[in-house]
Design a binder for this molecule. Structure first.
Ligand code: HXC
Length: 257
């Protein structure tokens, strides 16, 4: 595939990205982030792909941004190149992305997972925002997305102490949708991704967009946005097909249009 830090694989309608910098526990260098961005953009443009899974190794999803790469960066350098700006490219992808997390998801690793649409975790996964211990703070959405995911008090405690959150606690807090035995993580993530990819890609993209707007809009605006998108599904082939298939007691055939 020509990548240095990731592996990619298509299985049916699911596109996989596996972080593959084992010696650094998948520390997120700019090179690694650029490769992830490149891979997910190719999946976005691939009409055979309905959903994406991002995963790491058994020991680490990602142990954070690459500290060795960041250590010497000065403020003017960080500002001038708008350091970390390109990390957010992931959130522009319109197909659903599942983060399948085993092992450490710390700092930028936790933030990468939170930029995905669904997080599922192996039972030994560990989440945290330990930046405070390095004299810095989360820089890729941690102070914002973690609050929305688990509430202010828990998020504040994690970010101010640098303490970790176990998979079970992450599930209880609502950060992850479910916890599965570590050895089954990838097969469970694959099943979930396949199920999503079995639906109309067009409708799935609309549903994802509507859910994500809930982060940005007031309740009234969000409800209206949802209703307008709901209305627009009635202009699609796939809504007609889906409802007709129900009435005729058969499986729908999606055309993504
Ligand atoms: C660079 C890292 C790294 C990181 C681990 N490594 N995390 N390199 N950046 N974030 C490297 C180690 O230096 C070491 O390489 C190798 O990976 C194995 O790590 P060990 O520490 O030997 O493993 P272990 O003892 O099992 O401890 C695992 C660990 C620990 C608890 C996850 O590595 C750790 O605390 N890592 C840092 C976690 C962290 O602070 N993350 C936040 C980063 S700041 P060598 O070559 O030395 O053997 C951040 C800012 C976000 O993310 C800003 C927005 C993106």
């Amino acid at each position: 595939s020509g990548y240095q830090y990731i592996l990619t694989e298509k299985k049916g309608r699911v596109g996989f990205v596996t972080l593959n910098r084992p010696k650094a526990l998948n520390a997120l260098s700019d090179g690694l982030i650029n490769e992830i961005n490149n891979a997910v953009h190719l999946y976005q443009d691939d009409k055979d792909i309905g959903s994406i899974v991002i995963t790491g190794s058994e020991k680490a999803f990602a142990a954070g941004a690459d500290i060795k790469e960041m250590e010497k960066v000065t403020l003017p350098e960080a500002y001038n190149r708008d350091m970390l700006a390109q990390w957010h490219d992931l959130t522009k992808i319109r197909k659903p992305i599942i983060a399948a997390v085993n092992g450490y998801a710390l700092g930028g690793g936790c933030e990468l997972a939170m930029m995905c649409d669904i997080i599922i975790a192996g039972d030994k996964a560990i989440f945290g925002q330990p930046e405070i211990k390095l004299g810095t703070i989360p820089g890729c959405g941690g102070t914002q997305r973690l609050v929305r995911a688990i509430g202010k008090s828990k998020a504040m405690e994690l970010i101010l102490t640098g303490n970790n959150l176990s998979a079970i606690d992450a599930e209880r807090a609502g950060l992850v949708s479910r916890v599965v035995p570590a050895a089954e993580l990838l097969s469970e993530a694959t099943k979930l991704a396949e199920k999503i990819a079995s639906h109309s890609q067009l409708t799935v993209a609309m549903a994802k967009e509507a859910v994500n707007e809930s982060y940005e809009l007031t309740l009234q605006e969000g409800i209206k946005f949802e209703r307008r998108l709901f209305h627009s599904t009635f202009g699609t082939h796939d809504q007609k097909e889906g409802m007709n298939a129900f009435v005729e007691k058969r499986n729908p055939v999606w055309e993504n249009k």
